[in-house]
Design a protein around this ligand. Structure first.
Ligand code: SF4
Length: 442
């Protein structure tokens, strides 16, 4: 039976007041979009309405109170944020039904209130942000969405039928958002989209001015500009097009984190063909070797589907042998599951569940062994690490090879003096299958 996907909750937003408030509204909506929410242009279609208030003048306060009253009347499920959050008691006295009241610039709390009021149904089939129990993104890293939709038609995927063909955001709008995020404390930008390498193909002839330079909407140009704005820029969901080669020198230069998240999905040519994915696995291997020659520290993360319809034991073995050769740093694997509406459901020769399980266990065992050996080779080196959390026992952070929530961590001792968001040099003392252990370099 095909898996039916839940529809995402919708959020309405009424934003009042000055440009600073508007920036907060954008920040909140960006976070909610990353968390799997959709926006509603009217009260009727919203599961919850946010009113971002202004309290600068009495007239602005009155306008804000009227907006809250209207939202309660038209929708009933209302969260109040912004400057009038200071007057939470007065708001609650007048509107006892408001779900939550938070203050200005407290975007984490607003987003948390939305999660509580209308929980997002994150789906690994649709959403780009990892579902780690919907943990809020801390201030020091942020997801930056550069486009929506996709021009590919992978047979297991329903994104193009739901979200349509690729629509890229203007490069100047992305760079402005990146600048705001960095000004608000972001140290690491995680670039996401359904297909990051296709960025700009729909608006290629429309360069935009940014800081007196014309920026062409192309992944390489955008990555270079983002690298000038944020200390760490990490590229996710890159499709293995030939032009991906152009970002590797930026990684060698240190402008972009030497990390590529390329969901290869499989290696066997016949499976890639039925998946409708690019099929030249030998060329991909050659390119991986070339990337490592230019940028020896590059970490390559990928995901694979096992048990795809028609996958034979020989195809699966081909994938395992390919992985031996490719030596990918990080691998996630999924057992094929038919998703309602996907073309692959109609393919012949579905693989029995027990065989999927067995192949899943084998690929995980193989990739864990590769990961353990690669991490062991880092023991004794000094690596840059971004700090995620500091506690009594030490700190946790991530090396450049680790994206938040999906890859490994670096556990640090003697790190009480550090703070979240610090980027420090760490001497690696030990390693296991997925994580590293170290101490800040003196
Ligand atoms: S490239 Fe990604 S989003 Fe596009 S169709 Fe394939 S799997 Fe879906």
């Amino acid at each position: 039976m095909a898996t039916k996907l839940p529809s995402p909750p919708r959020v309405g937003m009424v934003s009042l007041g000055c440009p600073k408030n508007l920036v907060d509204s954008e920040r909140i909506l960006t976070q909610l979009r990353s968390d799997g929410y959709q926006m509603s242009a009217d009260y009727a279609g919203a599961d919850v309405v946010l009113v971002n208030t202004c309290g600068f003048l009495d007239s602005a306060k009155e306008e804000s109170l009227e907006a809250i009253g209207e939202a309660i009347k038209e929708n009933g499920r209302v969260i109040v944020t912004g400057c009038m959050g200071k007057e939470a008691e007065a708001i609650r006295a007048r509107f006892p039904d408001v779900l939550a009241v938070t203050g200005a610039h407290q975007y984490e709390q607003v987003v948390e209130a939305v999660h509580a009021a209308a929980p997002a149904n994150l789906s690994p089939y649709l959403d780009l942000v990892p579902d780690a129990g919907l943990k809020l993104t801390p201030r020091h890293y942020s997801y930056l969405k550069i486009s929506e939709g996709c021009n590919h038609r992978c047979s297991f995927c329903i994104i193009p039928s739901l979200r349509g063909d690729l629509v890229s955001r203007r490069p100047d709008a992305i760079l402005r958002e990146a600048e705001k995020l960095v000004a608000a404390g972001t140290r690491e930008l995680l670039v996401i989209s359904q297909d990051t390498s296709a960025y700009g193909i729909d608006i290629r002839k429309e360069p935009r001015m940014w800081q007196a330079r014309a920026v062409v909407p192309h992944m390489t140009d955008l990555a270079r500009e983002l690298g000038r704005i944020a200390p760490w820029v990490r590229l996710h969901y890159v499709y293995p097009y030939p032009h991906v080669d152009q970002v590797i020198p930026l990684m060698a230069e240190g402008l972009v984190v030497p990390y590529l998240d390329i969901p290869f999905q499989h290696a066997a040519p016949s499976v890639l063909r039925t998946m409708k994915r690019p099929g030249n696995d030998a060329k991909v291997l050659q390119r991986i070797h070339e990337w490592r020659r230019i940028c020896p520290d590059i970490a390559i993360r990928s995901t694979f589907v096992v048990g795809f319809p028609g996958e034979t034991e020989a195809d699966f073995q081909y994938l395992l042998d390919w992985l031996d050769e490719a030596q990918l740093d990080r691998v996630g694997a999924f057992r094929f599951e038919p998703v309602e509406g996907a073309a692959a459901n109609a393919l012949p020769d579905h693989v029995p569940e027990a065989v999927k399980e067995e192949r899943y266990a084998r690929i995980m065992e193989k990739t864990a062994a590769i990961s353990a050996a690669k991490l062991q080779a880092k023991v004794g080196r000094t690596l840059p690490v971004i700090i995620d959390e500091v506690g009594d026992e030490g700190a946790t952070g991530r090396s450049q090879a680790d994206a938040p929530e999906i890859d490994g961590q670096v556990f640090l001792r003697d790190a009480a003096h550090l703070a979240a968001g610090d980027i420090v040099s760490v001497v690696i003392e030990d390693a296991d299958e997925h994580d590293l252990y170290g101490v800040p370099a003196s």
